[in-house]
Design a protein around this ligand. Structure first.
Ligand code: A4P
Ligand code: MG
Length: 187
């Protein structure tokens, strides 16, 4: 008995691609933050190996860290065939294109893109830790993420469970993002 799919049996070339669902956190508190978050979403979606699936609203949030302006934070879910490390490189190049400079740890920035969840993977390497190490303690991460991926699991708890116990003070919906033009929304 031949177990191969018909197209393989006939010698036709097929390509198989593994795609993983991921969550990315977005933050900005310098420059035109709303425009920078919009640009980050479209830059992600423009990448040939990334499709943006859902975009959360944009939330105004009180800064955690040294004194600095309020942030605009959001989250997106994507499907990608990139590895976690390849995806980190793409996130950092989008940050650099926005004029991001790294001077103060947790300091003000034009754009910060954090890889929050990569499927159900755990990654613990010097350059990358996933799930993002502080996400469970941060209302500015969990409130937008719960809007679009509340039933995703992060360790033993769902995003919604984590969100229901985190300090959500200082996190306020500022812009409801209904339809940003992405591959998914342009059909
Ligand atoms: N890195 C390791 N794991 C990851 C990951 N999962 N995603 C490494 C992204 N990067 C990861 O990051 C430092 C290094 O973390 C990178 O080189 C990468 O290899 P960075 O973006 O250069 O520096 P950072 O952002 O200042 O540091 P960090 O620790 O990532 O800070 P966070 O966690 O991003 O927090 N308050 C409000 N209200 N809203 C905010 O968005 N953001 C921060 C920064 C502080 N306070 C805030 C907000
Ligand atoms: Mg960061």
């Amino acid at each position: 008995m031949c177990l191969l799919r018909p197209e393989l049996r006939s010698g036709q070339r097929v390509s198989v691609m593994f795609v993983t669902s991921c969550a990315i956190g977005l933050g900005s508190n310098l420059g035109d933050s709303r425009g920078l978050l919009d640009l980050a979403v479209t830059s992600l979606d423009d990448h040939p190996q990334i499709e943006v699936m859902r975009v959360a609203g944009y939330y105004s949030t009180k800064p955690i860290g040294p004194p600095q302006p309020d942030y605009l934070n959001s989250a997106v879910t994507i499907a990608t065939s990139l590895s976690p490390w390849e995806l980190l490189v793409v996130l950092q190049s989008i940050e650099s294109n926005s004029g991001r400079e790294r001077q103060v740890h947790w300091g003000a920035r034009t754009l910060d893109l954090d890889l929050l969840l990569y499927g159900c993977w755990y990654v613990n390497t010097p350059s990358l830790q996933v799930p993002h190490p502080y996400m469970a303690d941060r209302g500015f991460v969990l409130v937008p993420l719960a809007e679009i991926a509340g039933d995703w699991w992060c360790g033993r708890k769902s995003v919604q469970d984590l969100c229901s116990v985190v300090d959500r003070s200082g996190v306020q919906l500022s812009v409801e993002v209904k339809q940003l033009k992405t591959k998914k929304n342009s059909y």
